[in-house]
Design a protein around this ligand. Structure first.
Ligand code: UD1
Length: 343
């Protein structure tokens, strides 16, 4: 990579994107953000600039499917590498809106590849998901385990991985790292940056817990108490968003290790049940969190846990922040920003 590296970050105002922008700015990278704010707000980037004490070089409010506008971004900046976060990510919604999911997630990726190819940019870090493993029959999961996506969101991520692998086979010099995240949670330790779900009632468990703890929702529904897990509740591999951000910076640093497509899990390797997460959140906020065990949520799987060995061997790196840190940081963000970012 050149000494002063410019990274184009699509979806840079989103949850993982904004934390990654901070990580990159903190490490001397110049950052160009592309975001259409369909699931984020400009306020997140103001917080990024505040934490890093310098802003992104530029922020372009465009839709990736607007190919002309995207091409102009590449005309304007000498981009060395791209991190592609921009996508739709709600599993339930993807079942209702499959066309929109393929359009944004697959079409957005091919539009980006077009612009990259036309401008001689060959380095890409791609945001993938553990959901491609689907109803996994074993834990922990390695990258060699089969993809069995069970919904359009997961299928769109798996399709993108296949497109990227094939492009790497046919276009010389392309170097792509796809990172399959497990369950990113937590927030920046400053309390300035975190996860701001668009809906009043969050889908994901961690923001839901934070709102119950804050008294904004009455209780957590624990979806299913009869899974074949130690306490009967769903097991996931929660990973601190700052570890995810660090993983992206390291991916950039390792893009040139070899050309072609590589895939890595980003997880801790530790499984946590919903009840264990609830207990950890109670420790973090110092108050009891009401809950009730209800029916399973359709489409949920019993357990998804990463084998993080491949990335550890390749980069000599593993995650640093445990469940208590994840809960502490998520709670701090909730307390300091009860209504999310100012608009
Ligand atoms: C899902 C997707 C993942 C996506 C992520 C973020 C799958 C397999 N995974 O993760 O790809 O990146 O959302 O959008 O589709 N739970 C409760 N009560 C709640 C909410 C959740 O008990 O109110 C439980 C769930 O049953 C599950 C665990 O908490 O066992 C985690 O759920 P959630 O935070 O929604 O994430 P996933 O469904 O694992």
């Amino acid at each position: 990579m050149p000494a002063r590296t410019t990274v184009l970050v699509t979806g840079g105002a989103g949850f993982i994107g904004s934390h990654t922008c901070v990580e990159l700015l903190d490490h001397g990278y110049d950052v160009v953000v592309v975001d259409d704010y369909s699931n984020s707000v400009p306020g997140a980037l103001e917080r990024v600039a505040k934490i890093a004490a310098r802003p992104p070089v530029a922020v372009h409010e465009i839709d990736l499917l607007d190919r002309r506008a995207l091409s102009r971004v590449f005309d304007e900046h000498r981009v060395d590498a791209v991190i592609h976060f921009a996508a739709r990510k709600a599993v339930g919604e993807s079942v209702e809106l499959p066309v929109e999911y393929y359009d944004t997630n697959v079409g957005g990726t091919t539009a980006l590849l077009h612009a990259m190819r036309d401008h001689g940019v060959h380095r890409l870090v791609f945001s993938s998901s553990c959901s491609i493993y689907g109803d996994a029959t074993k834990v922990p999961l390695t990258e060699a385990d089969p993809a069995r996506p069970t919904n359009p969101y997961a299928a769109s991520k798996w399709l993108c991985e296949q497109v990227l692998a094939d492009i790497c086979r046919h276009l010389a010099g392309f170097s792509v790292l796809a990172l399959r995240y497990f369950n990113p949670v937590g927030a920046h330790p400053s309390g300035l940056l975190g996860e701001v779900p668009r809906k009043a009632v969050p889908n994901n468990v961690m923001p839901y817990l934070a709102r119950v703890a804050a008294g904004r929702l009455p209780r957590l529904s624990v979806f299913g108490g009869d899974y074949p897990t130690a306490d009967g509740t769903g097991v996931r591999d929660y990973i601190h968003v700052m570890d995810v951000a660090e993983g992206h910076r390291l991916a950039l640093e390792h893009l040139d290790d070899e050309v072609g497509m590589r895939v890595f899990n980003l997880g801790t390797g530790r499984g946590t049940s919903v009840l264990e997460l609830l207990a950890a959140f109670q420790r973090a906020c110092g108050r009891p969190i009401p809950y009730e065990v209800t029916d399973r949520r359709p489409g949920d799987v019993p357990a998804l846990v990463a084998d993080p060995g491949a990335v550890a061997r390749a980069w000599n790196w593993s995650t640093a922040r445990d469940l208590d840190v994840m809960c502490r940081d998520a709670w701090r963000f909730q307390e300091l920003n009860p209504s999310g970012y100012p608009n």
